[in-house]
Design a protein. Structure first.
Length: 114
């Protein structure tokens, strides 16, 4: 963790130094713009990931629980797709504190840092 803080501080310092030089030297700023133009153009060309969308009509959770019983209801929940479950959580406000969203963000961060 300490090495990460040191590296972050060094990169911020380098960024500030480059920004100062770009302000003083228009030729340097133009070269930077040219360099980053290719990177930014490539970033915008990427196609968005195809995501599985939840169905238009969501099942009534409370009716499912009532008809299936508690143990069968949990098995039924396990069979549902992730987009369906997320839509149900959102619809019924089961995650009022935003914990699920925070867990999902941390998973994304962990997988991109590998």
């Amino acid at each position: 963790m300490r090495n990460q803080k040191i590296l972050t501080r060094l990169l911020r310092g380098l960024g500030e130094l480059v920004a100062k030089e770009a302000e003083k030297n228009p030729a340097f700023a133009a070269e930077l713009d040219e360099l980053f133009a290719d990177v930014l153009a490539a970033k915008h060309r990427k196609h968005p990931k195809a995501t599985q969308s939840p169905p238009a009509e969501l099942p009534d959770l409370f009716e499912e629980l009532k008809t299936r019983g508690e143990s069968e209801f949990f098995f039924w929940l396990k069979e549902q797709s992730m987009p369906m479950l997320k839509a149900l959580i959102k619809r019924h406000d089961f995650d009022a504190s935003g914990t699920l969203l925070e867990v999902e963000r941390s998973r994304k961060v962990r997988t991109t840092n590998r």
